[in-house]
Design a protein around this ligand. Structure first.
Ligand code: PMT
Length: 217
């Protein structure tokens, strides 16, 4: 039989950009397609893990992966928070909206000459789970940056209490959001930053899963 390093491990993964509703037909979102998170779910599954994917993307997933579809950051928070304590590994690849409209109209808003929207801050899912983490749990976060990548990624690693931050430079259009490839740098408290050169997201996902397997063993 094939050796499956993540057998009996439950892995919780988030994917996609959340949508924050303004009214029934309008929302605020971002360019995340869910490709990176869905690739991670497949890679974890291929290593024998019991995978739950909390996703706002409509991309498909293998039938052996448990899919939870969410729309907003608040829904993603609820889904992750209620499952985190029984998970061994959390990987936050979703691009969670940092803000949502203060109020959501139940009726379609009428056209006006000018409109002002006010926003409230959403909960930081990764940070909250990081602070709730038990010693036997492993947390991987992402960081999407356009500048000062090293500095911001290291800050996120410490402030969010993650074991690994996978940082991507989203300032270039052949990698990052909504494309098939990515180039990332791994930041952990244990070793020097490690650059993973530009390649398919499924290959990047395998490297992330391999990092986790080494970390937990
Ligand atoms: O989906 P794709 O099109 O494949 O694109 C992949 C990606 C670029 C979206 C992905 O690789 C990526 O970088 N995801 C994280 C994007 C992001 O929101 O980064 P951030 O630097 O704003 O957030 C840092 C970390 O905190 C992330 O793990 C994020 O999931 C988490 N977070 C952020 C805000 C919030 N309110 N709650 C969170 O948990």
């Amino acid at each position: 039989a094939r050796y499956l390093p993540l057998k009996n491990k439950s892995v919780l993964i988030t994917a996609g950009g959340t949508k924050e509703r303004i009214d029934p037909v309008r929302y605020i979102s971002n360019d995340s397609s869910g490709k990176m998170g869905h690739a991670l779910a497949e890679a974890a599954y291929l290593n024998g893990a019991d995978v739950t994917l909390v996703t706002s993307s409509s991309l498909p997933v293998s039938s052996n992966i448990k899919r939870i579809s969410v729309e907003s950051a608040a829904e993603m928070y609820e889904s992750v928070s209620s499952r985190f304590d029984s998970s061994d590994i959390l990987i936050m690849a979703a691009a969670v909206s940092d803000y949502s409209p203060e109020t959501t109209s139940t009726k379609k808003m009428k056209k006006q000459d000018e409109m002002t929207l006010t926003f409230k801050k959403n909960k930081d899912i990764l940070k909250e789970m990081g602070h709730r983490k038990k010693t036997n749990q492993c947390i991987v976060g992402f960081a999407a940056e356009t500048d000062n990548i090293n500095e911001y990624a290291k800050k996120k690693l410490i402030e969010k209490k993650a074991d690994l931050i996978v940082a991507n430079d989203i300032g270039k259009d052949d990698r990052g959001f909504n494309v098939d490839k990515n180039e990332v740098t791994f930041f952990s408290t244990q070793s020097e930053p490690q650059i993973i050169p530009l390649k398919e997201k499924i290959e990047i996902a395998k490297d992330v899963i391999d990092w986790i397997i080494k970390f937990i063993n």
